[in-house]
Ligand binder design. Sequence first.
Ligand SMILES: C[S@@+](CC[C@H](N)C(=O)[O-])C[C@H]1O[C@@H](n2cnc3c(N)ncnc32)[C@H](O)[C@@H]1O
Length: 208
Amino acid sequence: MEIEEYIAQHIDEEGEYLHRLYRATQTQLLYGRMASGHVQGRLLKMFVEMIRPQNILEIGTYSSYSALCMAEGLQDGGMVHTIEIFDELEDFTRPWIENSPWADRVKFYIGDAMEIVPKLGIKFDMAFIDGNKREYVNYYEMVMQHMNPGGFILADNTLWDGHVLEPPAEHDEQTKGIMAFNDFVAKDTRVEKVIVSVRDGISILRKM
Ligand SMILES: C[S@@+](CC[C@H](N)C(=O)[O-])C[C@H]1O[C@@H](n2cnc3c(N)ncnc32)[C@H](O)[C@@H]1O
């Protein structure tokens, strides 16, 4: 048995709504495996319950699976601000957010997070970076400007299926982007940092 399957059998279920969303993501969208899924979704919810953030930023909504998991963990009055650049996803994703039990805790924006976040005028207590892997350093530098001291930045896929261990192929800009981010963060004294090897790796950074 794969370890992820074992974990999935020994943690909370994702619930009926998220289960249906995950299935719809796999059957109706092109890159279903980009969605966080059961194990990572429960972890995100747990992080939210631990951090108890007022405002959460997400870069990269896709089908809204991770946004809804984070919204599920919020206390009353908390808000997930989730941004998706690919406007053709709106017809799929917006109804899943609006028909969910957590609709009043999610604000969904279509556009480039690099342009939208600076205009929001919000200081975040938690951010989940899960957009274009080539842009991780740029997202990070931008997001840092909009985090409260003590806030947590989570960055997804930072082990990139183990590719970070090998020299990247010349045109593999995604692996290069992830490696540049990891190297950058490792030297950044503004944050405490750990990487957990759940799924594809999640970096957890705390702004000091
Ligand atoms: C891995 S998927 C997100 C998966 C989702 N967070 C989850 O875990 O269920 C990455 C998404 O980021 C979006 N994206 C890429 N660059 C972006 C940007 N600059 N601003 C906002 N979204 C972006 C992509 O279009 C894609 O839908």
